[in-house]
Design a protein around this ligand. Structure first.
Ligand code: GLP
Length: 259
Protein backbone atom coordinates (compact mmCIF):
# COMPACT_ATOMS: atom_id res chain seq x y z
CA UNK A 1 0.00 0.00 0.00
CA UNK A 2 1.26 3.49 -0.73
CA UNK A 3 2.82 5.14 2.34
CA UNK A 4 0.86 8.39 2.17
CA UNK A 5 -2.40 6.45 2.06
CA UNK A 6 -1.50 4.55 5.21
CA UNK A 7 -0.70 7.76 7.01
CA UNK A 8 -3.84 9.44 5.78
CA UNK A 9 -5.86 6.53 7.03
CA UNK A 10 -4.02 6.60 10.31
CA UNK A 11 -4.80 10.28 10.85
CA UNK A 12 -8.44 9.80 9.83
CA UNK A 13 -9.13 7.04 12.27
CA UNK A 14 -7.41 8.38 15.33
CA UNK A 15 -7.43 12.13 15.04
CA UNK A 16 -10.83 12.84 16.54
CA UNK A 17 -9.75 12.05 20.09
CA UNK A 18 -6.25 13.48 19.70
CA UNK A 19 -6.94 17.14 20.23
CA UNK A 20 -8.44 18.21 23.50
CA UNK A 21 -10.14 21.51 22.86
CA UNK A 22 -10.68 22.08 26.57
CA UNK A 23 -7.00 21.67 27.41
CA UNK A 24 -5.01 24.79 28.34
CA UNK A 25 -2.38 23.56 25.86
CA UNK A 26 -2.71 25.39 22.53
CA UNK A 27 -4.16 23.23 19.75
CA UNK A 28 -1.18 23.74 17.43
CA UNK A 29 1.08 22.49 20.23
CA UNK A 30 -1.02 19.37 20.76
CA UNK A 31 -0.84 18.53 17.06
CA UNK A 32 2.86 19.32 16.95
CA UNK A 33 3.52 16.96 19.88
CA UNK A 34 1.37 14.27 18.32
CA UNK A 35 3.21 14.35 14.98
CA UNK A 36 6.53 14.48 16.85
CA UNK A 37 5.56 11.37 18.83
CA UNK A 38 4.64 9.56 15.59
CA UNK A 39 8.09 10.38 14.19
CA UNK A 40 9.87 9.33 17.38
CA UNK A 41 8.00 6.02 17.57
CA UNK A 42 8.80 5.29 13.92
CA UNK A 43 5.15 5.24 12.85
CA UNK A 44 6.05 8.13 10.57
CA UNK A 45 9.31 7.35 8.77
CA UNK A 46 11.88 9.53 7.00
CA UNK A 47 10.58 10.38 3.54
CA UNK A 48 6.90 9.73 4.43
CA UNK A 49 4.58 12.36 3.06
CA UNK A 50 2.08 13.98 5.43
CA UNK A 51 -1.55 14.53 4.47
CA UNK A 52 -2.24 18.05 3.17
CA UNK A 53 -2.99 20.90 5.60
CA UNK A 54 -6.61 20.79 4.46
CA UNK A 55 -6.90 17.06 5.16
CA UNK A 56 -5.26 17.43 8.55
CA UNK A 57 -7.51 20.33 9.46
CA UNK A 58 -10.54 18.24 8.54
CA UNK A 59 -9.47 15.21 10.48
CA UNK A 60 -8.51 17.19 13.57
CA UNK A 61 -11.61 19.40 13.11
CA UNK A 62 -9.54 22.52 13.59
CA UNK A 63 -8.58 25.45 11.36
CA UNK A 64 -5.94 25.19 8.64
CA UNK A 65 -4.07 28.04 10.29
CA UNK A 66 -3.62 25.94 13.42
CA UNK A 67 -2.35 23.00 11.37
CA UNK A 68 0.01 25.31 9.49
CA UNK A 69 1.40 26.65 12.76
CA UNK A 70 2.11 23.10 14.02
CA UNK A 71 3.76 22.09 10.75
CA UNK A 72 5.82 25.27 10.53
CA UNK A 73 7.15 24.65 14.03
CA UNK A 74 8.13 21.09 13.08
CA UNK A 75 9.77 22.35 9.87
CA UNK A 76 11.72 24.87 11.96
CA UNK A 77 12.84 22.03 14.22
CA UNK A 78 13.96 20.10 11.10
CA UNK A 79 11.61 17.22 11.84
CA UNK A 80 9.62 17.92 8.68
CA UNK A 81 10.49 19.62 5.41
CA UNK A 82 8.33 21.13 2.70
CA UNK A 83 8.85 20.55 -1.01
CA UNK A 84 7.35 23.19 -3.26
CA UNK A 85 4.29 21.90 -5.06
CA UNK A 86 4.73 18.43 -3.63
CA UNK A 87 3.91 18.38 0.08
CA UNK A 88 5.36 18.04 3.57
CA UNK A 89 7.70 15.15 4.35
CA UNK A 90 9.31 13.59 7.40
CA UNK A 91 12.99 14.58 7.48
CA UNK A 92 15.82 12.12 7.23
CA UNK A 93 18.04 11.82 10.26
CA UNK A 94 21.18 13.85 9.72
CA UNK A 95 24.73 12.59 10.03
CA UNK A 96 26.50 14.37 12.80
CA UNK A 97 29.93 15.29 11.52
CA UNK A 98 32.52 16.45 13.99
CA UNK A 99 34.57 19.50 13.11
CA UNK A 100 37.50 18.02 14.89
CA UNK A 101 40.15 15.90 13.22
CA UNK A 102 41.21 15.66 9.61
CA UNK A 103 39.39 12.63 8.23
CA UNK A 104 38.48 11.36 4.77
CA UNK A 105 35.01 10.76 3.46
CA UNK A 106 35.68 7.00 3.43
CA UNK A 107 36.75 7.04 7.09
CA UNK A 108 33.71 9.13 8.06
CA UNK A 109 31.31 6.71 6.40
CA UNK A 110 32.99 3.60 7.81
CA UNK A 111 32.91 5.03 11.33
CA UNK A 112 29.12 5.13 10.93
CA UNK A 113 28.97 1.56 9.70
CA UNK A 114 28.23 2.67 6.14
CA UNK A 115 29.87 1.55 2.95
CA UNK A 116 31.66 4.47 1.23
CA UNK A 117 31.40 4.71 -2.53
CA UNK A 118 32.38 7.00 -5.37
CA UNK A 119 31.13 7.91 -8.78
CA UNK A 120 33.87 9.63 -10.74
CA UNK A 121 32.28 12.11 -13.11
CA UNK A 122 35.33 14.12 -14.17
CA UNK A 123 39.07 13.47 -14.25
CA UNK A 124 41.41 15.84 -15.99
CA UNK A 125 45.03 16.99 -15.96
CA UNK A 126 45.10 20.66 -16.82
CA UNK A 127 47.05 23.88 -16.54
CA UNK A 128 46.34 25.65 -13.25
CA UNK A 129 44.16 28.74 -13.02
CA UNK A 130 45.49 31.85 -11.26
CA UNK A 131 43.69 30.78 -8.06
CA UNK A 132 45.45 27.40 -8.13
CA UNK A 133 48.87 28.86 -9.03
CA UNK A 134 48.58 31.16 -6.01
CA UNK A 135 47.24 28.50 -3.68
CA UNK A 136 49.81 25.81 -4.50
CA UNK A 137 52.65 28.20 -5.51
CA UNK A 138 53.00 26.45 -8.86
CA UNK A 139 55.12 27.17 -11.90
CA UNK A 140 53.25 28.04 -15.11
CA UNK A 141 54.01 24.64 -16.70
CA UNK A 142 52.97 22.57 -13.64
CA UNK A 143 49.79 20.55 -14.08
CA UNK A 144 46.93 19.97 -11.64
CA UNK A 145 44.36 17.22 -11.41
CA UNK A 146 40.76 18.26 -11.45
CA UNK A 147 38.69 15.45 -9.97
CA UNK A 148 34.95 15.50 -9.57
CA UNK A 149 33.35 12.70 -7.57
CA UNK A 150 29.91 11.97 -6.23
CA UNK A 151 30.42 10.58 -2.77
CA UNK A 152 28.07 7.79 -1.79
CA UNK A 153 27.07 6.10 1.47
CA UNK A 154 25.55 2.65 0.97
CA UNK A 155 25.01 3.69 -2.65
CA UNK A 156 23.13 6.89 -1.77
CA UNK A 157 24.60 10.25 -2.90
CA UNK A 158 25.79 12.46 -0.04
CA UNK A 159 28.02 15.06 -1.67
CA UNK A 160 29.74 16.22 -4.84
CA UNK A 161 33.41 17.00 -4.43
CA UNK A 162 35.70 18.80 -6.83
CA UNK A 163 39.34 18.36 -5.82
CA UNK A 164 42.45 20.03 -7.22
CA UNK A 165 45.84 18.42 -6.52
CA UNK A 166 49.22 19.26 -8.10
CA UNK A 167 50.18 16.36 -10.41
CA UNK A 168 53.76 16.37 -9.08
CA UNK A 169 52.48 15.36 -5.61
CA UNK A 170 50.70 12.21 -6.86
CA UNK A 171 52.10 11.45 -10.31
CA UNK A 172 50.52 7.99 -10.52
CA UNK A 173 46.96 9.01 -9.72
CA UNK A 174 44.49 7.39 -12.12
CA UNK A 175 40.75 7.04 -12.58
CA UNK A 176 40.98 3.50 -11.19
CA UNK A 177 42.61 4.68 -7.94
CA UNK A 178 39.79 7.18 -7.47
CA UNK A 179 37.19 4.48 -7.21
CA UNK A 180 38.33 4.17 -3.59
CA UNK A 181 39.90 6.45 -0.96
CA UNK A 182 42.17 9.23 -2.18
CA UNK A 183 43.70 9.76 1.29
CA UNK A 184 44.46 6.06 1.65
CA UNK A 185 46.19 6.04 -1.74
CA UNK A 186 48.15 9.21 -0.91
CA UNK A 187 49.25 8.07 2.55
CA UNK A 188 49.66 4.33 2.20
CA UNK A 189 50.88 4.05 -1.38
CA UNK A 190 52.73 7.32 -1.80
CA UNK A 191 54.05 8.06 1.68
CA UNK A 192 52.26 11.42 1.76
CA UNK A 193 51.96 12.82 5.28
CA UNK A 194 48.81 14.84 5.66
CA UNK A 195 49.08 17.39 8.43
CA UNK A 196 46.14 19.74 8.82
CA UNK A 197 43.39 21.47 6.88
CA UNK A 198 41.39 24.64 7.02
CA UNK A 199 37.74 24.21 6.22
CA UNK A 200 34.89 26.65 5.70
CA UNK A 201 31.18 25.89 5.61
CA UNK A 202 28.41 28.02 4.19
CA UNK A 203 24.75 27.61 3.40
CA UNK A 204 23.83 27.47 -0.26
CA UNK A 205 21.11 26.29 -2.63
CA UNK A 206 21.41 23.27 -4.94
CA UNK A 207 22.05 24.17 -8.58
CA UNK A 208 20.36 22.16 -11.36
CA UNK A 209 23.53 20.06 -11.64
CA UNK A 210 23.80 19.46 -7.86
CA UNK A 211 20.15 18.47 -7.79
CA UNK A 212 20.64 15.95 -10.60
CA UNK A 213 23.56 14.23 -8.86
CA UNK A 214 22.32 14.46 -5.27
CA UNK A 215 18.68 13.45 -5.84
CA UNK A 216 17.46 16.86 -4.71
CA UNK A 217 15.38 19.62 -6.26
CA UNK A 218 17.18 22.69 -7.56
CA UNK A 219 17.07 25.31 -4.81
CA UNK A 220 17.06 22.78 -1.95
CA UNK A 221 19.43 23.67 0.91
CA UNK A 222 22.98 22.38 0.66
CA UNK A 223 26.21 23.00 2.54
CA UNK A 224 29.08 24.38 0.54
CA UNK A 225 32.33 23.25 2.13
CA UNK A 226 35.81 24.22 1.09
CA UNK A 227 38.83 22.38 2.44
CA UNK A 228 42.46 23.31 1.99
CA UNK A 229 44.61 20.41 3.12
CA UNK A 230 48.30 20.78 3.93
CA UNK A 231 51.11 18.29 4.37
CA UNK A 232 52.96 17.91 7.65
CA UNK A 233 55.68 20.23 6.32
CA UNK A 234 53.04 22.90 5.63
CA UNK A 235 52.97 22.56 1.81
CA UNK A 236 49.46 22.66 0.28
CA UNK A 237 48.20 19.24 -0.86
CA UNK A 238 44.62 19.70 -2.08
CA UNK A 239 41.93 22.31 -2.58
CA UNK A 240 38.46 20.80 -2.45
CA UNK A 241 35.09 22.41 -3.07
CA UNK A 242 32.20 20.24 -1.96
CA UNK A 243 28.45 20.41 -1.95
CA UNK A 244 26.88 18.31 0.80
CA UNK A 245 23.19 17.50 1.07
CA UNK A 246 21.58 19.85 3.58
CA UNK A 247 19.04 17.21 4.56
CA UNK A 248 21.75 14.71 5.48
CA UNK A 249 24.40 16.62 7.36
CA UNK A 250 24.83 18.60 10.48
CA UNK A 251 28.20 19.69 11.81
CA UNK A 252 29.14 19.59 15.42
CA UNK A 253 31.99 21.27 17.24
CA UNK A 254 33.27 21.29 20.76
CA UNK A 255 33.86 24.73 22.11
CA UNK A 256 35.55 25.71 25.32
CA UNK A 257 35.02 28.80 27.41
CA UNK A 258 37.64 31.42 26.57
CA UNK A 259 39.34 32.85 29.65
C1 GLP B 1 36.58 14.52 2.48
C2 GLP B 1 37.16 15.89 2.24
C3 GLP B 1 37.97 15.97 0.94
C4 GLP B 1 38.89 14.80 0.78
C5 GLP B 1 38.14 13.51 0.94
C6 GLP B 1 39.03 12.30 0.84
O1 GLP B 1 35.44 14.29 1.73
N1 GLP B 1 36.14 16.92 2.24
O2 GLP B 1 38.72 17.17 0.99
O3 GLP B 1 39.51 14.84 -0.49
O4 GLP B 1 37.51 13.47 2.20
O5 GLP B 1 38.19 11.19 0.94
P1 GLP B 1 38.58 9.76 0.43
O6 GLP B 1 39.92 9.45 1.02
O7 GLP B 1 37.50 8.88 0.91
O8 GLP B 1 38.65 9.80 -1.08
Amino acid sequence: MDASKTIKQYFRTVTAELVNKKSPLPLYYQIEEHIKALIESGELKPGDVLPSERELAESFTISRMTVRQAITNLVNKNLLYRKKGSGTYVSHKKFEQSLHGLTSFSEDMRSRGLDPGNKLIHFELSSPTEELIDHFTLEEDDLVYKIKRIRLANGEPMAIETSYIPVKLLPGLSQKVLSSSLYRYAEEENGIKLGHATQSLEASAATEEDAKHLQLDAGDPVLFIQRETFLEDGAPFELVKSTYRGDKYKYKMNIERLR
